[in-house]
Design a protein around this ligand. Structure first.
Ligand code: LMR
Length: 394
């Protein structure tokens, strides 16, 4: 049987991660996978996570199963962090998942159960694992224009044109904040227009929010998700705690499904529980418990928020430094978009050849589509990157 297997296509982000590990050069710079690194190049365990782990070790008396949707306290705490005042308990079903990817996968399977003919619309470009999972599930998929290669900003006219073609019951996947891979985001007014269009067409928004707190702040980054949740009858939201709590390997995510009315909520919740049971039974608890402890404890929460804010401001400072360096070197403002972009990533608009040149000559690793992870930089490496970008003629 196993001899029937064919090799699977490699994930380009994970492939690059391996190439970087295999590169013996000491001065190599990793701008590939979306993992936060501090100025020392370390992905630290956040202080509040350490403190919560310590307290958990002291107090936890059982590792017995929680519930199929995870501990309800986790769903409540994280959905409140994300939805704020837009949280409508009477319509909200939620289930813990293994990471944000788990939430995306479960959401897609839920869509497939509810409407197997639905087309899932993805931004062009999007995180490569979105189309990969959709293809794997043999679901219909379409793209809407999103990134304008010339301005390195959102092609909003193109996006609205394409979304005008969605049918009632189709699903539109939107990045709640900090678009991955481009770093270009919709303004508040543009979000209003998207919501109006979704209302008009009857398409269902599916929000992937994996970088809350990495862009303009915890509430600001959730504003679009809250707007969508407060206006539309049906909404799916896949959330990740990997980045903003720094607990990547703990696989801590949450799928939220907002039903049109309170009557449907238990059925939706039952379907989320069912899907968890089919795929992995009980979701992992360790990361979810730490998140719950932090969000529900005033001191831990304040410490977490202040560390997250340091991370966010650090990335913004690196963006500004890089834009300034490039302004100086190129005598132009064409890289100013780097300071305007938000989140971990910016797509800088280099060709695959230029990306390869930077990797081979300078040991600078970015994804082939020229997505770079800003958090992989530090004050010392920014000028090195600026020099390489200029030299490659980007
Ligand atoms: C990324 O886009 O680099 C991250 O979301 C990590 C991943 O799993 O791809």
């Amino acid at each position: 049987m196993l001899s029937n297997l064919k090799p699977q296509p490699a994930d380009k982000i994970l492939q690059l991660m391996q190439m970087f590990r295999d590169d013996p050069r000491e001065n190599k710079i990793d701008l590939g996978v979306g993992v936060y690194k501090n100025a020392q190049g370390v992905t630290p365990v956040m202080r509040a996570i350490k403190a919560a782990e310590h307290a958990l070790w002291e107090t936890q008396e059982t590792k017995a199963y929680t519930g199929l949707a995870g501990d309800p306290a986790y769903g409540e705490a994280l959905s409140t962090l994300i939805l704020g005042d837009a949280r409508d308990e009477s319509r909200l079903a939620a289930a813990a998942t293994p990471g944000g990817t788990g939430a995306i996968r479960q959401a897609l399977e839920l869509i497939r159960i509810a409407n197997p003919d639905a087309t899932v619309w993805l931004s062009a470009p999007t995180w490569p694992n979105h189309p990969s999972i959709i293809r794997f599930l043999k679901m219909n998929m379409a793209e809407y224009r999103y990134f304008d290669d010339a301005t390195r900003d959102v092609d909003f006219a193109g996006m609205m044109d394409d979304l005008a073609g969605v049918k009632a019951g189709d699903v539109v996947l939107l990045h709640g904040c900090c678009h991955n891979p481009t770093g270009a985001n919709l303004t508040r007014d543009q979000w209003q227009e998207v919501v109006a269009l979704l209302e008009k067409t009857g398409a269902i928004p599916f929000i992937d929010i994996a970088y809350q707190g990495f862009g303009d702040g915890l509430d600001e980054d959730a504003a679009a998700t809250r707007l969508v949740a407060s206006r539309l009858p049906e909404v799916l939201i896949a959330a990740s705690c990997s980045k903003n709590f720094g607990i990547y390997r703990e696989r801590t995510g949450l799928l939220m499904a907002i039903s049109p009315d309170a009557k449907m909520k238990p059925v939706t919740q039952g379907n989320l529980n069912f899907l968890n049971r089919q795929n992995y039974s009980f979701p992992p608890d360790h990361g979810a418990r730490l998140v719950t402890m932090i969000l529900n404890d005033e001191a831990l929460r304040a410490d977490w928020q202040s560390e997250l804010e340091e991370v966010r401001l650090g990335m913004l400072a690196l963006r500004q430094q890089l834009a300034d360096e490039l302004r100086q070197r190129t005598n132009s403002d064409r890289f100013d978009f780097i300071a305007r972009h938000r989140g971990m990533f910016s797509r800088i608009g280099a060709t695959p050849e230029q990306v390869a040149q930077m990797r081979e000559k300078h040991g600078i690793y970015m994804i082939g589509d020229s997505r770079m992870n800003i958090a992989g930089l530090n004050a010392r490496t920014v000028p090195v990157l600026a020099e390489a970008i200029t030299e490659a003629g980007v």
